[in-house]
Design a protein. Sequence first.
Length: 319
Amino acid sequence: MLQRKKGVNLLLVLLAVTLLLTACGGNGETAIPEDAVAVVNGTPISNQDFENTLALMKMNYEMEMGPGFFDEPDNEEGMTLLDTIKEQVLERLIFTEIILQEAASHDIALNEEEFNETMEMFMGFIKDDEELMNFMEQNNIDETYFRREMEKELLMMEFQDHYLSHIEVTDEDALAYFDANPDLFTFDQVAASHILVDTEEKARELRSQLDQGADFALLAAEHSTCPSAAQGGDLGSFGRGQMVPAFENAAFSMEAGDISEPVQTEFGWHLILVNERINETDDFEEAKEYIISQLQQDQLMAHIEALRESAEVQRRESL
């Protein structure tokens, strides 16, 4: 089973689109050939490619969740999970075709020798899995399909590398981004422990014991109803937005060594001990490489979004 699961994961890597999928513009089902599920800028996407990709997606879901759940309602509109998967597969194929057309317009091609080596290794892996081979035969998925899909995936990667290599981001651009987004480069966390009890009275009783020198970890181990009691109440470190608001506000208002007054949340009453305040800020030189990469990715995404918006896409409504 482990070997088969690795095989499926590799298939999903082959078919995966790493960018967000959104619907592209289109004109209904006008001029869609009978053997196609969509047409992208005049190029049809075949029913066979759709069915093969759908079969692989279904196999992955069945391995993760078990068979027999595809007909269950998936949303308020009454769509089943299978309906949703079909839509995802179609959008993935449309997206891939748009990127491949853009790659072709820049004369991006694969190194044939490297491609054949990759394909040989990939097919060798698949042929070692008898169950997977049987699945492929049952669904009319052959080596030609995989060669074509591998080529598409690698071409998409080549396109991304080509486009990113032609995006120039100056130090001035990076510095402007750094100055405009200080929160992205500030590391603000609290390392804390707590004691959770059911009533304010109990919390104040324990707070009084702490004032008299009682050990926080021992009281947490004895009285706290939180699973962290096994670690003396230790919650580790956390940033903003990870705890409920009342707990977070109290913890971030304290200094290392402080113990809070009782704090009420929906879980009960807390006594919070701040073990450490962690507040660090990257300087520009430390952040520059990340910023340049981020700005390049932003430009790539904007370019891809523009390609999607301008593409002429017709989809078959009934899949």
